[in-house]
Design a protein around this ligand. Structure first.
Ligand code: NAD
Length: 259
């Protein structure tokens, strides 16, 4: 299926690795021009080169911390207009809420709630004026089924989800949709870090922790960045204009509820 986004410009935040990279690759494969960001220039440039080689797309790499005003300004300045915005940033560290002070909370809110809202604010009116826009926020399965050690993530991402639920009903009449993609366990560096915390807590190896999580997942495996990117590309496609304000859980069926 042709996603109908050839020549559109996508800003994919935090995309040198993992799920952001998967989204950037899939959008580029559909012919979109892609701006990717990450803090580390070297890994980012390497990813940009890989995406160009694999897809032939125009890829601009902007190094910077997307959770800072400077990082966001640099990302937005890299393209004259943004038609597709994929919001992403590193997730907050796991831990016990008794150890988290106000600064820790503000950092998590900045990264996983306020940064996406700032970027939506900077781009959504242009999308509305041009009558096309697709915004996808990478959140977490923890929004639907909280994970005890990821309280900062549970809290900050739920705030973003509530905000998006309201705004997405205002923009859809202008062919601008806003949806959230909720990853369960995907094979990325972030997952390795989370498995490490579980392994330490339970006194087992990371391999054992990974095997347990695979086994308890109905799919019997972790997801891949390619699968995640493909879902993102569909939500950003011309075919998805009637889907807005949704929370698409991708977790191999791990969440047990009917809805
Ligand atoms: P990852 O660690 O594999 O990749 C994160 C990417 O974001 C890297 O390219 C990194 O350079 C970049 N990045 C991090 N902080 C940044 C910042 N402040 N500014 C710019 N770039 C930044 O992580 P991932 O697994 O791809 O996860 C992406 C998001 O999805 C995270 O918020 C994570 O918490 C969430 N998530 C992941 C999983 C999973 O299983 N992988 C599950 C639930 C939620």
């Amino acid at each position: 299926m042709d996603m109908g986004i050839r020549g559109r410009t996508a800003l994919v935040c935090a995309a040198s690795k993992g799920l952001g990279r998967g989204c950037a690759m899939a959008l580029a494969a559909e012919g979109a021009n892609v701006v990717i960001t990450a803090r580390g220039r070297e890994a980012l440039e390497a990813t940009a080169a890989e995406i160009r080689k694999a897809t032939g797309a125009n890829v601009v790499a902007v190094a910077g911390d997307i959770t800072t005003p400077e990082g966001r300004a640099a990302a937005l300045a890299a393209a004259p207009q943004i038609d597709i915005l994929v919001n992403n940033a590193g997730g907050p560290a796991p831990g016990d809420f008794r150890q988290w002070d106000r600064d820790t909370w503000i950092k998590a809110l900045d990264a996983n709630m306020l940064t996406p809202i700032e970027l939506i604010k900077a781009t959504v009116d242009g999308m509305i004026a041009r009558r096309f826009g697709r915004i996808v926020n990478i959140t977490s399965g923890a929004v639907k089924a909280p994970i005890d050690i990821l309280g900062l993530s549970n809290g900050a991402r739920s705030g973003l989800t509530g905000f998006v639920a309201g705004l997405s009903r205002k923009t859809v009449a202008h062919n601008v949709t806003i949806n959230n993609l909720l990853p369960g366990p995907f094979e990325t560096e972030r997952l390795q870090a989370t498995l490490g915390t579980w392994a330490k807590r339970d006194g087992i190896t990371i391999e054992e922790a990974a095997a347990r999580r695979r086994k308890e997942n109905p799919a019997g495996r972790f997801g891949t960045a390619e699968e995640f990117g493909a879902a993102c590309a569909f939500l950003c496609s011309v075919h998805a204009g009637y889907i807005t304000g949704q929370n698409l859980l991708m977790d191999g069926g791990h969440y047990p509820g009917t809805f």
